[in-house]
Design a binder for this molecule. Structure first.
Ligand code: ACO
Length: 378
């Protein structure tokens, strides 16, 4: 039996949602280039695109925004749950637990009909930013801030986090980052969500599976580790080029580089770098972005020497962009989740519409023919 560890190159189904050309470094959502979407649409338009396979007109966009606004608030039970968490709780574990709890108070949680699933996708997309912001405020000894209406998801999130309205440029930067993170083919967390849904389990369970999968360092958890790495380089006082060289000699992975599919620069990293330039023009501090550029140059030199096709991925610049926006490092992966939930749920719609249980096999390489000895003799 041939095995494929990591399922590399295995096609598990069809999707109309996104395509990655790893060799060219291209990404499209439903036919639109990511670069075009990041520059010319908002996160809400992209959510509509993924859920409906077309961009909304103005009335449809206004309708979706109203639906999101109506669902942003959290029940008293969920806020009480957030208050019960240890102050040093892992942010992704907190998000995973709170999202799981949302299902308990959603009377439609076990209804897998198309319309109920659509409403659940809107609820999850609306409530996840509120959960993350409330978690952050509570752990800092502050009161959660109620969501605003009539503003974007990005602006609302920054408002709920900081308790004051976000500057336009900051909100627009986060909005574009949410567009860039919304969907990405059959990545690990989307696959996990689809595996869960394929058992005919519910949307909340599938999204909880996805959040747990995104948490890992090889997937969404890399953005927090990028920031820790930049911090370590800065506090070591070592030249970034030397630091990178030494890390590679120790066979360590440089966080924010490499990708299973991209063998060219991740196009999302290119857009994020440009966004970073815009924030800098807006007078924000530049040290993390400058350091990121130096690490990127050092990696480029090292990879040229080794002949490996390892380039920056989306996490590399998102770390310095979010830090420049004043967001705590451990919230980076939850922010990834609050965007990617649109892609996860869009994939779940596809899964439910054309479902087959996902059940691969493993090649058994363990012992055979053993006999159970009485416990006293083992
Ligand atoms: N730094 C240094 N070397 C690397 C890196 C890296 N970041 N990534 C891959 N390599 C090297 C490996 O050491 C390996 O070298 P070898 O052939 O000499 O042993 C080779 O490149 C291939 O690596 P694999 O692990 O086989 O690649 P895989 O496709 O399984 O892994 C992954 C992809 C997990 C993303 C990897 O590149 C990595 O660990 N990157 C760092 C973490 C990261 O940034 N993750 C975010 C991914 S994007 C996202 O989820 C949004």
């Amino acid at each position: 039996m041939s095995t494929n560890t990591g399922l590399e190159g295995v096609v598990i189904g069809q999707t109309e949602l996104s395509q990655i050309n790893g060799e060219l470094g291209e990404l499209i959502y439903v036919g639109y280039d990511i670069d075009d979407l990041a520059r010319n649409t908002t996160f809400e338009e992209v959510a509509f695109l993924l859920w409906n396979l077309r961009l909304p007109n103005q009335a449809e966009l206004d309708g979706l925004k109203q639906e999101l606004d109506a669902e942003r608030g959290l029940s008293d039970e969920v806020v009480a749950l957030l208050r019960s968490f240890p102050k040093d709780a892992d942010a992704m574990a907190a998000l995973r637990t709170a999202v799981s709890a949302l299902a308990l108070t959603d009377p439609e949680a076990n209804d897998n009909s198309t319309e109920a699933n659509r409403r659940q996708a809107i609820r999850l997309t609306a409530k996840m930013p509120t959960i993350i912001a409330a978690f952050d405020r509570i752990r800092k000894g502050r009161e959660p801030v109620d969501p605003q209406t009539g503003v974007s998801t990005a602006a609302n999130f920054l408002y709920m986090l900081n308790g004051e309205e976000a500057e336009e440029l900051r909100a627009r930067t986060l909005d574009a980052a949410l567009v860039l993170h919304a969907e990405h083919g059959m990545n690990a967390s989307t696959f996990a969500a689809r595996v869960t849904a394929a058992t005919l389990s519910d949307i909340y369970s599938a999204v909880v599976s996805a959040i747990g999968t995104l948490k890992g360092a090889a997937h969404g958890g890399a953005n927090t580790r990028v920031m820790k790495m930049l911090d370590a380089i800065e506090s070591s006082g070592t030249d970034p080029a030397t630091w990178v060289q030494e890390a590679l000699e120790r066979k360590e992975r440089v966080m924010g580089f490499g990708h299973r599919v991209y063998k060219a620069t991740d196009p999302r990293a290119t857009v994020l770098r440009e966004l970073a330039d815009q924030i800098m023009e807006g007078g924000q501090e530049t040290r993390w972005l400058d350091l990121s550029d130096r690490v990127r140059e050092a990696m480029s030199v090292e990879m040229e020497k080794s002949g490996k096709k390892i380039y920056p991925n989306v996490d590399f610049f998102s770390a310095s962009v979010y830090t420049t926006l004043g967001i705590d490092t451990d919230l980076f992966t939850p922010i990834f989740a609050m965007s990617r939930v649109t892609g996860w749920t869009a994939h779940l719609f596809e899964q439910y519409a054309n479902n087959r249980l996902i059940r691969p096999k493993a090649d058994y390489v363990g012992p055979r023919g053993l006999r159970v000895a009485p416990i006293a003799e083992r």
